[in-house]
Design a protein around this ligand. Structure first.
Ligand code: NAP
Length: 279
């Protein structure tokens, strides 16, 4: 019977640990403030932003909401980010993505000060990660490392295969697994013989963005499978990039969707906010 890696439980533990730490920081006169910027009122973005505000409130981090209309220009958004960079009371800046098409996301991400880049998307944060310097880590991959470690799954020396090479999941995931001394392969849409490559994995991380794409044929007996995907099935129920039912009997451990990787992303965002005070 496969171990079901409980992301809800682990994220709750991390949030409780952070709450204790923030209490101590406050007792010593410290204060942490996260600026959350949303442009437009995309319903999914609003749900994510609200969840981030709730997590801040729980942990004891002040969240300042900047809700801007869809018509906000790129120059206006850049100017707000520059103001927040200069505001000594703001520790972290989060600009909720995606932005409306008339705004260049890369430009906005690059405008955020690397010292306040709690999403870990700034090229400076990405560079630090690859050369092994301390910096803000991209939240979803950092959460996956915590899921593995806190479930007693060793990474060192293991064959790790990451399917997907996006800037927010696949690439930082590969860098973090390498930092943990895994032997890392990154697969993508041009990879030949994906099934063979995936079957090499002791730890298989799937971030393809295709509903229930990975079935038992892609998985070695006893592998650990981490499913980053997030979709709705034909019955409108949440599901991942992995066909959980097909794979579950074959693996030693697996993350469910929902309740696996998803809850970890916000927990690690909160960790990055607390990191601003640790520095
Ligand atoms: P993305 O930017 O669309 O990247 C998908 C990656 O998968 C690309 O690198 C692509 O390769 C690769 N790919 C696509 N089809 C493939 C195939 N048939 N075989 C092998 N590789 C293939 O997606 P993402 O932003 O990384 O997100 C991936 C999934 O994770 C999505 O379902 C997303 O909703 C979910 N997600 C969840 C969280 C969370 O907190 N739980 C956070 C972020 C994302 P190419 O580069 O060659 O095109």
């Amino acid at each position: 019977m496969a171990q079901i890696i409980d992301g809800k439980l682990i994220s709750a533990q991390i949030k409780d640990e952070l709450k204790e730490e923030v209490k101590k920081i406050s007792e010593n006169g410290g204060h942490i403030c996260l600026a959350v910027v949303q442009v437009g009122d995309d319903p999914a973005s609003s749900v994510y932003v609200n969840n981030k505000k709730k997590a801040c409130a729980y942990i004891g981090i002040e969240s300042r909401a900047y809700e801007l209309p869809e018509t906000t220009t790129e120059a206006e958004l850049v100017s707000l980010v520059e103001e927040l960079n200069a505001d000594s009371e703001v520790n972290g800046i989060l600009v909720q993505l995606p932005l409306p098409p008339h705004i260049n996301e890369d430009l906005v991400i690059r405008t955020i000060s690397p010292d306040k880049d709690v999403d870990g998307f700034h090229p400076g944060s990405v560079g630090r990660l690859w050369i092994g310097e301390k910096g803000f880590l991209s939240c979803t991959p950092a959460g996956i490392i915590q899921l593995l470690k806190r479930s007693g799954i060793e990474i060192e020396g293991k064959e790790c295969v990451v399917i997907g090479r996006s800037n927010i999941v696949g690439k930082p995931m590969a860098a973090l697994l390498l930092r943990e001394n895994g032997t890392v392969t990154v697969a993508h849409s041009r990879t030949k013989n994906l099934k063979e490559v995936a079957r090499r994995a002791d730890i298989l991380i799937v971030a393809i963005g295709k509903r229930q794409f990975i079935n038992a044929e892609y998985v070695k007996d006893g592998a650990v499978v981490i499913d980053v995907g997030m979709h709705r099935d034909e019955n409108n129920k949440l599901c991942g990039d992995v066909d959980f039912t097909d794979v579950a009997d074959k693996v030693s451990a697996i993350t469910p969707v929902p309740g696996g990787v998803g809850p970890m992303t916000i927990a690690m965002l909160m960790n990055n906010c607390v990191e601003t005070a640790r520095r």
